[in-house]
Design a binder for this molecule. Structure first.
Ligand code: FMN
Length: 193
């Protein structure tokens, strides 16, 4: 019995460790469906940061496109992001199961993350950002004011045969980074400062 209780306490401590760390950094967990007041059409135009990886490796970049809604259930909020194969982040999105989307007060973060590649060096270190991990082990930066953690449900690798009108045909004519892959992520955690 004693052994069992010890195990339960250890498991509880392990499960809450990340959450406690996030509380200490000034985050409050939010339920996006009840508490997210941002405009989903303009959220991504504020240039949030997409970070993909795990405790061993990660890379982040600025994104300007994305969608928020539900998929496979009314109580399954999802965030969809679009990542071009030419981005270093693409290799991470292909390899790792989860990603975070973050908002920052400092506009230098989006400027730098959107104009440099992780292939040439650690962008987070260059910006002085600190990596931490959610209870699921997904990386985020403690300087972010909003962190949305997603687990990828499915992804789509489009080619020209998928295009249905002239908008993508015209866009991709002169776009060197390749046709964006589409990742639908189920929201598994969200925090705001
Ligand atoms: C405002 C802004 C929005 C961007 N949005 C996207 C996007 O939605 N998808 C994408 O693939 N690249 C987007 N980019 C480009 C990448 O952020 C940029 O190429 C970055 O340097 C890639 O870094 P990486 O090679 O480390 O992945 C955006 C860039 C900026 C500045």
């Amino acid at each position: 019995m004693k052994k069992f209780l010890f195990l339960v306490v250890m498991l509880a401590m392990f499960a809450t460790h990340g959450a406690v760390a996030q509380d200490q950094e000034g985050y409050k967990r939010v339920n996006l469906q009840d508490e997210f007041a941002d405009n989903a059409f303009t959220f991504f135009t504020q240039a949030p940061i997409l970070l993909s990886g795990d405790k061993t490796a990660s890379n982040a970049m600025t994104i300007g496109w994305g969608s928020m809604g539900n998929y496979l259930g009314y109580k399954r909020p999802t965030v969809t992001v679009y990542v071009a194969p030419g981005r270093y982040t693409y290799q991470f999105m292909e390899r790792y199961p989860r990603f975070t989307i973050m908002e920052f007060d400092n506009p230098d973060v989006a400027r730098y993350m959107g104009s440099h590649s992780g292939r040439d060096g650690d962008k987070a270190a260059a910006l002085g950002l600190h990596v931490a991990y959610t209870p699921s082990g997904t990386p985020y930066y403690t300087e972010a004011k909003t962190v949305i953690e997603c687990e990828i449900i499915t992804s789509f690798h489009q080619d020209e045969s998928n295009f249905r009108n002239e908008t993508p045909r015209n866009f991709y004519k002169n776009f060197e980074a390749g046709i964006h892959a589409i990742y639908i992520g189920e929201v598994i955690g969200a925090w705001k400062k």
